[in-house]
Design a protein around this ligand. Structure first.
Ligand SMILES: C[S@@+](CC[C@H](N)C(=O)[O-])C[C@H]1O[C@@H](n2cnc3c(N)ncnc32)[C@H](O)[C@@H]1O
Length: 194
């Protein structure tokens, strides 16, 4: 993330938006179960909301400095921080009751690697497990905000098909109104092992 973007993602303002708007809207009454994986934790503002909801949370972050800072901040809590690339997770198949990714997919550098990441999330879910997440819809202002960053926004109209393509079922994609527009997605790994 560029310095301005990073500062915003670590700010109390963003923490409040996550806690009061984005996560309640994206999660609804979803049951995250007993073993949650979050990918793209960044400075951990989303992690701080999620860790209140589950008994065990694994937070994956690609950036070495962000992962180290989060691991230090959350040492001794129920959160395990893993420094890894979520397109190739060093985590066992079929482990997690739910997986989440909030405002991170557009930081993954191509549609192919985004789909690889979604396939990895499916792999590490238990049969019947839940994927839930959200991302921002592309705007010129957001493109400018990401100057110097990876920015590959997802067209929400393609998201359901992409999730089904990597093996998810019961897929729901919904856009928020009014702007700033975001979309949320929920999907399940099929209950029968596949
Ligand atoms: C905009 S931040 C969002 C942070 C947090 N989820 C939130 O909602 O505040 C996106 C994060 O995803 C991380 N990220 C990007 N690609 C990743 C990948 N392949 N694996 C794991 N993390 C990744 C970035 O390093 C960045 O910290």
């Amino acid at each position: 993330m560029n310095p301005e973007h990073l500062a915003f993602c670590a700010s109390p303002e963003w923490a409040q938006i996550l806690q009061e708007e984005i996560l309640p809207w994206a999660l609804g009454d979803s049951d995250l179960g007993d073993d949650l994986l979050e990918v793209g934790a960044g400075p951990g503002m989303s992690t701080d909301v999620l860790r209140r909801l589950v008994p065990r949370l694994t937070a994956v972050e690609l950036d070495d400095r962000l992962a180290a800072a989060l691991a230090a901040r959350l040492a001794g809590t129920k959160v395990d921080v893993v420094h890894a690339d979520a397109t190739a997770l060093p985590l066992e198949s079929g482990r997690f009751s739910a997986v989440t990714c909030f405002t991170m997919l557009h930081h993954v550098p191509s549609a192919e690697s985004q789909d690889q990441l979604l396939g990895e999330l499916r792999r590490v879910l238990r049969p019947g497990g839940l994927l839930v997440g959200s991302d921002s819809v592309a705007t010129p202002e957001l493109r400018e905000f990401h100057e110097g960053d990876t920015y590959v926004p997802i067209d929400p109209d393609t998201m359901a098909a992409r999730l089904r393509q990597v093996g998810f079922i019961d897929v729901e994609v919904q856009s928020s109104h009014p702007p700033p527009e975001r979309f949320r997605f929920l999907a399940h790994r099929p209950a029968a092992a596949s």
